[in-house]
Ligand binder design. Structure first.
Ligand SMILES: [Zn+2]
Ligand SMILES: [Zn+2]
Ligand SMILES: [Zn+2]
Length: 199
């Protein structure tokens, strides 16, 4: 797994704009617990740790306490999402869209029912906790589309699922388990990268 430092993430953020100093201040911002799902002011922006890969469903989920099974949401493969250890990923949310590198796509949403990440720019997909994914409370998350930024540790291999509208990892040769049934479904052009936390 590629690793990166918060500084590397900062460079991704700052690259196309001149507000470097402001971004540097934001780079260390971490939300946890209840704050993590609270909508934030549009201009503020957060770099949120606490996002992890689930090896049961191949999805990504948020947890403020990943060692606690009751804090890992609902997995479409049954029970809670699995925590493999490690620092996980940094997810960006609630930045002014003009402030971010253009490769970031907004409209991604935390689901308070299953703890997964799903896209709201299409009809809302099925949730493993029942019904559709929740759209509130959540920040407006962004995910990097296309090839990784040069020399910055980003993990490629993430895909958008055309069935559940969730984000899932295709780099291990399986399609995981989709809450809409079967495995997740890759979509042309739906190639994403996640920002790794650090080693
Ligand atoms: Zn899972
Ligand atoms: Zn859900
Ligand atoms: Zn799916």
């Amino acid at each position: 797994m590629i690793s990166t430092t918060p500084d590397a993430v900062t460079r991704v953020l700052a690259e196309p704009r001149s507000r470097r100093a402001a971004v540097r201040l934001l780079a260390g911002a971490v939300l946890g617990g209840a704050l993590a799902v609270r909508a934030m002011p549009a201009a503020a922006g957060v770099n949120q740790t606490g996002w992890y890969f689930c090896s049961k469903c191949n999805g990504v989920y948020f947890s403020a306490a990943p060692n606690d099974v009751n804090e890992r949401g609902r997995c479409p493969a049954g029970g809670a999402h699995k925590y493999l250890g490690g620092g996980g990923y940094i997810m960006l949310a609630d930045y002014d869209p003009g402030f971010l590198h253009p490769s970031y796509q907004d409209g991604w949403c935390f689901c308070v029912k299953c703890h997964g990440l799903h896209y709201t720019g299409a009809p809302i997909g099925a949730c493993p906790a029942g019904g559709k994914h929740a759209t509130a409370p959540s920040g407006n998350y962004v995910v990097w589309v296309g090839e990784p930024f040069a020399d910055v540790g980003q993990q490629r291999g993430w895909r958008y699922c055309g069935k559940c509208r969730g984000l899932w990892y295709a780099g291990n040769g399986t399609r995981g388990v989709c809450p809409a049934g079967g495995g997740h479904q890759p979509v042309a052009g739906g190639n994403y990268c996640l920002n790794n936390r650090n080693a």
